[in-house]
Design a protein around this ligand. Structure first.
Ligand code: NAD
Length: 281
């Protein structure tokens, strides 16, 4: 038996189409507006931004892309963010990561007004995620929750193992799951016996960024596997999971591409819409 594939591509299309309807219905008022700031010319960032611009356009979000020179200083970027924070016609501000070395990512994340925090990376937003007191969530964790809920996969009481403890995926995702009464284990590169720690989970979420990390030894037949990883091996895009072998064993699995990636963008757009609704109140 092969696993049921949870398609992020299909679910994101549904979410985007419902978001487009909601935006279309607000007549007479300006469109929601997102500003994306990019520093430098990182090829992966160029690709991600291209997807974001296209997706914004499709749902009716007005999106500005400001591309700054690789040598932009931290204070130059700060000044632009402060101006955007003050600009009433901008609902969401997103700084594309990674940033060049001369700019401190932490300072920049802190500076974006939580009321315009489209990515959900500001410490205040993340604190509110932890406290279960927010409308805005980092897009990738929210997308993962929506994928699980779309298949009615039980989260309350589920044993969930997450590989990866980053501030943008692993930690906020663990907080959301804990708030939904899951029992959560978070792994990192120092975790001993990783396969054994994963093996008995009901849900395994891999956000390590390491191709073929999750093999048959990590899984069981009642497991749901969510693959967040985004890797290139010999020019081929893949996740963290040894997909062809693992899908023959587990109950549900997300593909790469077409799994978490499109859900991240759909949830980013949803964040912009929520920020817009609060801004025009
Ligand atoms: P990160 O590098 O900040 O964090 C990776 C985490 O995984 C770290 O906590 C590390 O300890 C852990 N890890 C790495 N290798 C491991 C191993 N062999 N065993 C156990 N733990 C290990 O990365 P991130 O920003 O959280 O992203 C993780 C992956 O997810 C990357 O491939 C990234 O490109 C991808 N990603 C995809 C999307 C999407 O929308 N599809 C969004 C965000 C991140």
């Amino acid at each position: 038996m092969s696993a049921k594939i949870i398609s992020g591509k299909l679910l994101s299309q549904k979410l985007n189409s419902s978001l487009k309807n909601s935006i279309d219905q607000i007549k007479g008022i300006r469109a929601p507006k997102l500003t994306i700031l990019q520093i430098g010319d990182n090829p992966a960032s160029n690709k991600y931004i291209k997807h974001k611009l296209k997706s914004c356009k499709n749902v009716g979000i007005d999106c500005d892309h400001i591309k700054l020179d690789q040598n932009t200083t931290e204070s130059e970027l700060e000044k632009i963010i402060i101006d955007l924070n003050k600009n009433n016609k901008v609902d969401g501000v997103l700084v594309q990561l990674p940033l060049p070395n001369q700019i401190n990512e932490k300072i920049i994340k802190n500076l974006i007004d939580p009321k315009k925090d489209a990515d959900g990376f500001n410490p205040i937003t993340l604190g509110n995620v932890l406290l279960d007191d927010t409308e805005i969530y980092p897009a990738t964790p929210l997308g993962i929750i929506k994928l699980l809920e779309s298949e009615n996969i039980n989260l309350a009481g589920a044993n969930v193992t997450i590989i990866g403890r980053s501030n943008i995926v692993g930690k906020p995702l663990a907080s959301i799951l804990i708030n939904k009464s899951a029992t959560v284990t978070i792994c990192n590169t120092k975790t001993k016996n990783l396969a054994k720690v994963c093996k008995n989970a009901d849900i395994l979420i891999s956000a390590a960024g390491s191709a073929n990390l999750v093999t048959k030894k990590f899984v069981n037949k009642r497991m749901t596997v969510i693959d967040v990883g985004s890797n290139f091996v010999n020019g081929k895009y893949c996740g963290d999971v040894d997909y062809d072998k693992v899908k023959k064993i587990v109950k549900y699995i997300t593909p790469v591409p077409g799994g978490v990636g499109p859900m991240t963008i759909a949830c980013l757009l949803e964040n912009v819409f929520k920020l817009y609704l609060n801004n025009i109140k």
